[in-house]
Design a protein around this ligand. Structure first.
Ligand SMILES: [Zn+2]
Ligand SMILES: [Zn+2]
Ligand SMILES: [Zn+2]
Length: 179
């Protein structure tokens, strides 16, 4: 099913690039929260203050966040926050495709393009743990057809790649350990 709010941007393969040196991250946060509010309102879904707060905490950086770290931050807000609260909020945010779960890290990252239905290909930096997200339909359809050749019906394809981001590559080469 196509999301009525899908933007027509099939050729746009970069969802979130690696953050540039000294980029204005507050702008990333503001933009993500405004977009979440817009999408939830249009879909008739409630972005409660708690759900919004969890999303804000996930967007605290471009590094994925684990559920127990989110819980600790929420408990700093209000001591009564319990694990089910966090998991329910995460379920909502994932269902609305505002965040993605990275299985390899068992952690969550904000989606830079939540209005557009996509599977997500993630580049995870092993230096600083920053994550970039791509949405390349060519990769998706190639995998889908290869899987079909094996009689395999693909249900979900979240691709997680590990490597070094531009900043960490520069630091590594400065330290003389470039590959
Ligand atoms: Zn940012
Ligand atoms: Zn995404
Ligand atoms: Zn890095």
């Amino acid at each position: 099913m196509r999301d009525p709010l899908d933007n027509d941007c099939a050729d746009q393969t970069v969802v979130s690039p690696f953050p540039g040196e000294g980029h204005d991250h507050q702008q990333c946060i503001d933009q993500a929260l405004a977009e979440a509010e817009r999408l939830c309102a249009a879909r008739g879904r409630r972005l409660t203050p708690l759900r919004r707060r969890v999303l804000e905490l996930i967007w605290d950086s471009h590094q994925p966040v684990k559920a127990y770290d989110l819980l600790a931050r929420l408990q700093a807000d209000s001591a009564s926050a319990a694990p089910p609260t966090v998991y329910r909020a995460l379920d909502f945010l994932m269902a609305e495709r505002l965040v993605h779960r990275l299985a390899s890290m068992n952690a969550y990252v904000g989606c830079g393009h939540p209005g557009h239905r996509h599977t997500g290909q993630f580049l995870i930096c092993r230096g600083c743990r920053a994550v970039a997200e791509m949405d390349d339909p060519d990769i998706e359809s190639l995998l889908d057809s290869r899987a079909r050749d094996l009689g395999f019906a693909l249900v979900d394809q979240t691709i997680e790649l590990e490597g070094l981001c531009p900043r960490c590559r520069r630091e590594h080469s400065a330290a003389g350990v470039a590959r």
